[in-house]
Design a protein around this ligand. Structure first.
Ligand code: HEC
Length: 174
């Protein structure tokens, strides 16, 4: 009986050792906190996978009220993106040097993100509306209307296959 209990205590103490050491290491300031270091590949891969999965969960059941083929709505999204997002997420032909170098995690540069990795409208929408924790991606809720957030979400998700008029407007700008 006694022995069983001390075994359990030892087990619980063992479980706590690592998190406590980590907390102490963090609180004495030994963990790096700058934004310019290059994120290690493994950390980046796990982070991107986890964000993807989480956005998928957060987007479940959402209905997109804006037709993602509506040219006028996509043009509105293009304008919103250029005004509010390109400064971090890059333009049609080039990175944002701030976004691509000075954030941890780095800001995805959508113009050169692989087509398969561009988020679907619903996933982009939840990232836009509610932001991404522990990153430079703040929530836009209250800054843009619901409709504007869908317009820009549709634009992001179609950036690699825009209708000709919208592609023309987007590509024409530096
Ligand atoms: C101050 C810089 C900054 C601005 C401005 C900004 N973002 Fe972001 N955004 C980020 C960062 C950083 C991330 C990546 C978070 C991560 O990887 O954990 C991100 C992530 C995202 C994602 C998720 C990407 C993915 O791969 O799933 C979307 C979608 C997005 N942003 C859209 C927008 C839109 C649309 C706007 C403008 C309305 C915008 N962002 C403005 C910094 C910014």
């Amino acid at each position: 009986m006694r022995k069983g209990r001390s075994l359990i205590l030892a087990f619980v103490a063992g479980l706590l050792v690592l998190p406590v050491i980590l907390a102490v290491v963090a609180l004495v300031g030994w963990l790096p906190s700058d934004a310019v270091s290059q994120p290690p590949g493994l950390e980046q891969a796990i982070g991107e996978g986890a964000l993807d999965a989480s956005l998928g969960r957060r987007a479940k059941g959402l209905h997109n009220p804006v037709n993602s083929s509506d040219t006028a709505a996509l043009l509105a999204g293009e304008k919103l993106f250029r005004q509010n997002c390109a400064g971090c997420h890059g333009g049609a032909h080039a990175d944002s040097s701030w976004g691509a170098r000075n954030f941890y995690p780095r800001v995805p540069q959508f113009w050169r993100v692989e087509e398969d990795d561009v988020p679907a409208p619903q996933e982009a929408f939840v990232a836009i509306r509610d932001g991404v924790r522990y990153s430079g991606m703040g929530a836009w809720n209250g800054m843009l209307s619901e409709r504007q957030m869908w317009q820009v979400a549709n634009f992001v998700s179609r950036m690699h296959h825009l209708p000709p008029d919208v592609a023309h407007a987007w590509q024409a700008r530096k």
